[in-house]
Design a protein around this ligand. Structure first.
Ligand code: TXA
Ligand code: MG
Length: 378
């Protein structure tokens, strides 16, 4: 339940947590695991502690931070005294906290430093379920601001090793608790809209299907607004020659191409997969071979194809799991991208997945990571 105090199982863990608490109180950021991704934490109610997060990540100051709490009591200390939880939040908190759901609340400027909200009227808050995250917050007895522990623009880290590779030399303590269960960031939900509708600002670990079901079961017929596709990007990319380089997020060093295997928009003629692979020959120069990373589902038509042997071309394959298990794809995506980066690939190809359940969040991240897309047929 959300009010139970976290239990700490070993003396070693407690010692590490206490070192981390000490650093946090000295305004030093600490890397800690959550069930979604690793976070870079600092005291949320201390503006100078929170500002160090921005410098470590190279994060633009207009991007607000999520505040993490370990109990409902702590949540209430952050809210304006006049604020009443809407029924939708009541239902969502009961069902998904602690867990990968972030909610927007009205921000009281007397309580929340403006550096946290980037001067927005709302503050984003979540209660993580990872025992180490919750124990850390409970022990420091204060909410922690924590973005994902990656340099701005890179994929979020799902292991302590990813954090070390990316932010080496800029960090103090990293609490290592192995790989993150969810693998993608929390779902960010705005339920403060005047029209009473709920808007999913970022799809994530809690699925839209589960949010809708929870509201229905609580007899709320609230509409949930969500962008299933980024139409603006889609249009740009519909012209096959447009690189669509406008947005880069969640991007490994190597450029990412999204391979759509579903039916193309009007006017786009898909290439056969085999012909597409042959176009990759153009990347080869005479001096060195080219490494191509491929992220494919295990049992899709694309995933089951064999990759052709082409002189000067080296395939590096990463499995995204079975078609019908989008939670597995979610867990593997960032690790697969970061592993290919580590292997020094020159280019990454990612297969499209269906936008149901965790697939929606997966495709949201993949679209942002991709600098171009192609339609292929198998
Ligand atoms: O799973 C997660 O949410 C992870 C772990 C560490 O908890 N954290 C995370 O934080 O993903 P970050 O900073 O990488 O992403 C925070 C997202 C951003 O898209 C930001 O724009 C949005 O939350 N956000 C934060 N405060 C907001 C606000 N007041 N209004 C609208 N969006 C907000
Ligand atoms: Mg992030």
């Amino acid at each position: 339940s959300s009010s139970a105090e976290p239990r700490i199982s070993s003396q070693d863990t407690l010692n590490s947590l206490q070192l981390a608490v000490h650093d946090l109180r000295r305004r030093q950021p600490v890397v800690f695991p959550t069930e979604t991704v690793y976070g870079l934490g600092a005291l949320a109610l201390d503006a100078s502690a929170a500002s160090s997060i921005f410098s470590v990540k190279g994060r633009p100051p207009d991007n607000p931070l999520i505040v993490h709490v370990s109990s409902i009591e702590m949540l209430h200390t952050l809210l304006p005294s006049t604020f009443q939880l809407p029924k939708s939040y009541d239902l969502l908190i009961k069902r998904f906290w602690p867990g990968p759901l972030t909610l927007l609340f009205p921000s009281d400027s007397q309580i929340i430093p403006s550096i946290i909200t980037a001067n927005q009227p709302s503050v984003a808050i979540r209660m993580p379920s990872h025992p180490v995250a919750r124990a850390l917050i409970a022990l420091v007895k204060a909410p922690l601001a924590a973005p994902s522990a990656n340099s701005s623009g890179k994929p979020s880290p799902t292991t302590a090793e990813h954090v070390r590779r990316d932010l080496d030399g800029k960090l103090g303590i990293i609490l290592d608790a192995g790989a993150c269960e969810v693998g993608l960031e929390s779902t960010v939900v705005d339920g403060l809209r005047e029209d009473g509708k709920i808007r999913v600002l970022r799809p994530g670990g809690v699925t839209v299907e589960d949010i809708e079901q929870t509201l229905r079961e609580g007899f709320l017929d609230t509409q949930v607004l969500v962008h299933r596709r980024d139409y603006r990007d889609e249009k740009l990319e519909a012209a096959p020659t447009t690189p669509g380089m406008k947005y880069r997020h969640y991007s490994p060093t190597a450029p990412v191409t999204l391979l759509y295997t579903s039916s193309p928009p009007a006017g786009v003629v898909p290439l056969s997969a085999q012909s597409f692979f042959l176009t990759l020959k153009d990347e080869i120069n005479t001096f060195s071979s080219v490494k191509i990373g491929v992220l494919a589902l295990t049992d899709s038509p694309f995933g089951k194809m064999s990759l052709p042997a082409i002189n000067g071309l080296e395939w590096h394959r990463q499995e995204l799991g079975p078609v019908n298990h989008p939670s597995v794809t979610a867990r593997r995506l960032f690790d697969a991208l970061l592993t290919l980066d580590q292997q020094g690939v020159d280019m990454i190809l990612i297969e499209e997945v269906v936008e149901i359940r965790e697939g929606l969040a997966v495709m949201n991240r993949v679209r942002k990571a991709a600098s171009q897309s192609r339609w292929i047929t198998i």
